[in-house]
Design a protein around this ligand. Structure first.
Ligand SMILES: NC(=O)c1ccc[n+]([C@@H]2O[C@H](COP(=O)([O-])OP(=O)(O)OC[C@H]3O[C@@H](n4cnc5c(N)ncnc54)[C@H](OP(=O)(O)O)[C@@H]3O)[C@@H](O)[C@H]2O)c1
Length: 268
């Protein structure tokens, strides 16, 4: 079963896992853990995928309890249920667990030290899952986009049709992640787990599918593709700026380069 129904990764997953129950917050509300445990008891899945999360990074700074419950506490309860019922758990985490300094890349062994509340809650979720001792695959991913929901490319495209000038941060480095790539890896893992034919043991894994770049680089690519497709844009100039020129309620890591100590094709 999948927790999350309308999110980017959940929607991408729904194209692969067509026989699987997907539960939205209307049925399994992470702010009401009993509703989550009740759905686990009802369905008794052998594999649980948690694609639900509180992902509003800036809002998390002021809605601290809700973000912690959804990202930290309830995933821990799901993990405890998986441990007790010998079920696998597949869970997603984030580059925001790192403090984001330097220009090196972060592997699964790098020390964590989140600089905002969202990152703190996601790290709490990881820790709670690991402490449960359940058979969990935790995939850290970064900068998720997709044709669904709210994301950076959609915002850039909308603004490029409304404005003549856009300022985009050019000192935060990471890798955009298409939710459809995450879904492919997850569906492949589910298939292999079902057949008892997995090449990777449960554990923590970084997933990256694209080259490191800044948000500005990503925006340039989005605009180039839109122009190539003949989209009518009002945009005349795209300007690189620093993080300091674009203050946000939540601090953003400047270095979100996720790398892996594992073979790159472990899950593909
Ligand atoms: N977005 C990113 O840039 C990014 C980057 C790194 C890691 N990640 C991680 O990747 C995973 C998937 O992210 P995403 O981008 O697909 O997220 P998303 O599009 O923001 O979707 C989040 C999902 O969480 C669900 N949710 C929110 N509050 C809930 C609640 N109280 N109870 C139950 N479900 C609730 C929503 O379900 P309803 O629609 O039913 O309310 C929604 O489907 C998350 O673990 C996220 O932390 C995301």
């Amino acid at each position: 079963m999948v927790f999350g129904k309308n999110g980017q990764v959940a929607t991408a997953l729904s194209h692969h896992l067509t026989e699987t129950p997907f539960l939205g917050s209307d049925t399994a509300n992470f702010l009401e853990p009993l509703s989550v445990l009740k759905s686990l008891e009802l369905i008794k899945p052998k594999i649980v995928i948690n694609a639900s999360a509180y992902t509003a990074v800036d809002k998390a700074e002021s809605e601290r309890d809700a973000a912690m419950q959804i990202n930290g506490t309830t995933p821990g309860l799901i993990a405890n249920w998986c441990k007790e019922n010998d079920a696998y758990l597949i869970h997603y985490s984030t580059d925001y667990v790192f403090q984001g300094d330097g220009d090196h890349s972060w592997t699964e062994d790098s020390p964590t030290n989140p600089i905002n509340w969202y990152g703190t809650t996601k790290l709490q979720g990881e820790n709670a899952i690991r402490e449960s001792g359940c058979k969990a695959y935790i995939f850290r991913i970064s900068w998720v986009y997709s044709p669904w929901g709210n994301n950076f490319p959609k915002t850039i495209l909308r603004l490029a049709k409304e404005r003549e000038n856009l300022n985009i941060v050019n000192d935060q480095w990471g890798a955009p992640t298409d939710a459809r790539d995450v879904a492919k890896v997850t569906a492949n893992l589910v298939k292999n787990l079902t057949k008892n034919n997995v090449s990777a043991a449960p554990g923590l894994y970084h997933l990256r599918f694209e080259d490191f770049q800044t948000w500005y680089d990503f925006a340039v690519r989005i605009i180039e593709q839109a122009r190539a497709k003949g989209e009518g844009l009002t945009l005349k100039s795209l300007n690189p700026i620093s993080s300091e020129q674009f203050p946000t309620p939540a601090k953003r890591p400047k270095n979100s380069r996720l790398d892996t100590k594992h073979p790159k094709n472990l899950f593909t």
